[in-house]
Design a protein around this ligand. Sequence first.
Ligand code: HEM
Length: 128
Amino acid sequence: MFGIAEYTRTIHIAFAVLTIISFTLRGMWMLMDSPLLLSKPARIVPHIIDTLLLFSGIVLVINYTSYHHGYGWLLAKLAAIILYIGTGAIALKYGKTRMIRIIALIISYCLLVIIVSLALTRSITLGY
Ligand code: HEM
């Protein structure tokens, strides 16, 4: 049976992919010093994608019960997401120098790897 939770998970994964694409595009525009980074769509569309990602995540949390995996991975994932939002904002907006922005971009990608790994393995030990 394909219930509400499965649909929401599919939607959540779709928005997770979209958010990574939108972050990558803006990261490339930042690296290329492109004016597109400050264009209206580049400032509005990511907020829509991220709001829907957050909303689908909250619906998943409400429906989530797992005695086997528990909530540790979810807390770790949320902590990594908060850090990612911070480093992402430095990379695309607040970083004062190019070097700071590039380092923040690299850290953001490391955090994205951690976030997706936590979501897929539901383990904070990540494979051990
Ligand atoms: C950068 C942001 C995010 C990314 C890349 C991401 C990625 C993913 C992925 C790929 C899965 C699917 C795992 C599977 O195969 O079942 C997942 C599941 C999940 N995500 Fe996210 N997510 C993000 C943000 C959030 C947020 C903000 C929340 C909560 C407010 C959240 C809550 C959940 C929950 C509860 C599940 C497990 C659902 C279940 O299987 O019952 N996620 N996430």
